[in-house]
Structure formats: structure tokens, C-alpha cells
Design a protein around this ligand. Sequence first.
Ligand SMILES: Cc1ncc(COP(=O)(O)O)c(C=O)c1O
Length: 397
Amino acid sequence: MNLAQIRAAIPALANSIYLNTGTFGPMPTVVADEIRRVYGEIERQGTFSPGIFWQMELEGFEAVRQQVAGLLHADPAEIALTRNVTDGINIVLHGLDWQPGDQVILTDQEHPSGTVPWLALAQRAGVELRWLELVDDADEIVARFQRLLTPRTRLAQLSHVSCLTGLRLPIERLCGLARQAGVLTLVDGAHAEGQFSVDAPALGCDFYAACGHKWLLGPQGIGMLYVRREQVERLRPLWLGWDVGQTLDRAGRSYQLQATAARFEQSTRPWPLYLAFGKAIEFVQGVGLEAIEARVQGLRRGFVERLTAMPGVTVLSPRDPALGTGLVTVRVAGWSYEALQQRLWHQRRIITNVIREYDALRFSLAFFTGEDELATALEAIASLTDAPEGSPPRGKR
Ligand SMILES: Cc1ncc(COP(=O)(O)O)c(C=O)c1O
């Protein structure tokens, strides 16, 4: 991995210490160039011209489906291209018939997008939610999950990586147990895709929802949903409309949906952004997911060790490297998350996200993060540990 070359290809890295890929990844120039190129062609040729709509947008879109399928080790017929993770979760939730008393298992660290729709379903349809409380111990997570399974469990929604702490769940084991019990699994892969290699069919899940705008460095508003082959025709499409792949027989008053997961997509989309997403996938795959995982693990080790040794600092992410990822959540005694986030930004141009529920900050360590950047972040945090919130930076008192 040539770090200097990679960093030069992502201009935002020159303007800040970008430690927030877990919210939105910084965009490589090749991705922005593709957006400019395609919209430039649209400007020149007109949107519904053969060179644009049929050749560039629709054929390009199918090529991106192939790329996404490659990324997830799935068949293109099992991939729906969505707008985001939330789309994927809702497509699954609203695609199933629910009866009062059905049970759904959720972890207690799902994102609001993986929690609110289920809370609403529980209110509306009398579905019972059972909460899997996560701990930094894979065997214990599996044991707890097993205890939550009952004959009434219909589905488990599990984050592959917790957005709160970066904990990497033993997804394959959990999906295996669910499968044995006849329970469907929906994995939220928001923080997995682009951090390490994901083989959705091998994980044994039924559905895998992810997005392009975090660790895959794609444009905002691009997502993907893997639907295991046998679930494609079982899941009722949430929305229906037009699509070039489906047919409508007006005389016969009938229609035929596509046989593939493309049936979960419909109507007009921002196709140029999907083409740019294809460039983002190429960029990340060019670096290589194994190399990415190894580099982030290396960065994380040093960062967590140094933070753990600092008085007043609590690392809320797992210590065990097998359970840890590039998300590192940190609380600093005497500092609220807002004050800490603001201070790091104003003092050192460090971009982070907040974890309100833990009064903590989340640092995203990505493959392009420099050791020097983490050293700056560590120094900035260390300078705050004996300064109460709101006091001026050290040396300026
Ligand atoms: C674990 C997780 N799931 C879902 C989401 C929502 O993502 P999207 O905006 O792509 O729907 C996020 C966003 O941060 C997330 O962290």
C-alpha cells in the first residue's frame, strides 16, 4: 500500500484530520471525476438520449450491480441497489407478513435506522422485540442469542459491526444458530463493507444491508441489499412502480416483476451516482480489503493502547483485536461529547462523530489514516485530560 499515493487521491485528507469515515467517507477524486464526467455528458447529449440513458446509465447500473455482487461474493440476481442501509432494512421489514406475538431479536446497539422501524412495527402489529445485550465476548454473545431464540422468533437483526463501539459480532455463528432454528437474519453491514472482506452467502444470512457512503468512499445516497436467492420471491416488494426489467400487460390487467432482487428497486434513480460508486468500489478494491483490514488493525492497536494508558480516558471499544474494528469510541472525564468534538475540531481540525448515549466521541480509523494524524489526535486528547471542559488550550492560559 502506497500511503502517500492513496492520500493524494483523496483531497479532503489534506484539509483536516478526517477521522469520521464511519459517518461518511471522504471522496476520492476518481469518484468525483466520474460524477462530473457523467453529468457533463448528460449536459451535452441530453438525458434521454441513447448514449446516456441506455448505454451509460442502465448498462452502467448493471455493471455496478456486478461489482457489488463481487464485493459481497453473491450472485448479481441477489443484489438490489438501494439508496442506503435504511432502505434495505425497511425493504425486509415491510416485505414480511407479521402476526401479533411474532418475535424479533435485535441487538441493543443497532443504529436508529435498525431500531425505530422495529419499534414502530411492534406498536403497529404487536410484534415482540427481544434485545440481545452486547458484551465484548463472542462466546457470551452467542450464548445470549441462543437463550433469546424461541419457537416464535421470526427474524434477528444484527449489526455486523456496532456503530456505537465498533464491536465486530460473531455474525457467522449467530446466523448459523438462527438458520438451524428457522429464523431469518438481516445483517446491517454499514460498518463492515469496506473495512474487511464480506462473503454474505458464506455468513449464512438471509439479508445483508449496506451502504456505499461510509467505508467504501462512494457518493451519499447509494446502498445495497443482498437477498438470499430463496428469499427473493418470498419477500413482498415494499414499493412498486416502473422498471425497464418488468412487464405490464395493460389489456390483461397484469404485470410481471423481475425474477431477481432488482424487483426491490423501481423508477427513476440518480444513475450517475451509482456509476461513481462503481469507481469507489474499484478504488477500495485496488487497495485490497485484506490490506485495508491489516492496516486498520495495526493503527487501532497503537491508538487504543495509548488511550488506555491515559488517565481520565475510557475506551468503550473492545480491547480484543478479534472484536475490534476501525471505530474507536472514547470518553474523556470532565468533557461532554459536544465540547470535546468542538475542541478537537477548532484546535487541530480533527473531524469525529459523537456517540450521545455514552457521552463519548467516535474516531474512525481508516486505511488512509496516517500515524502522524493519530499522534496529533492523541496529543490533543492528552492535553485535555487534566483540563476541565471549556478551559483554554494548554499553553494559552
Ligand atoms: C450501523 C448503521 N446502520 C444504519 C445506518 C444508516 O445508514 P443509511 O444512512 O445508509 O441508511 C448507519 C449510519 O450511520 C449505521 O451506522
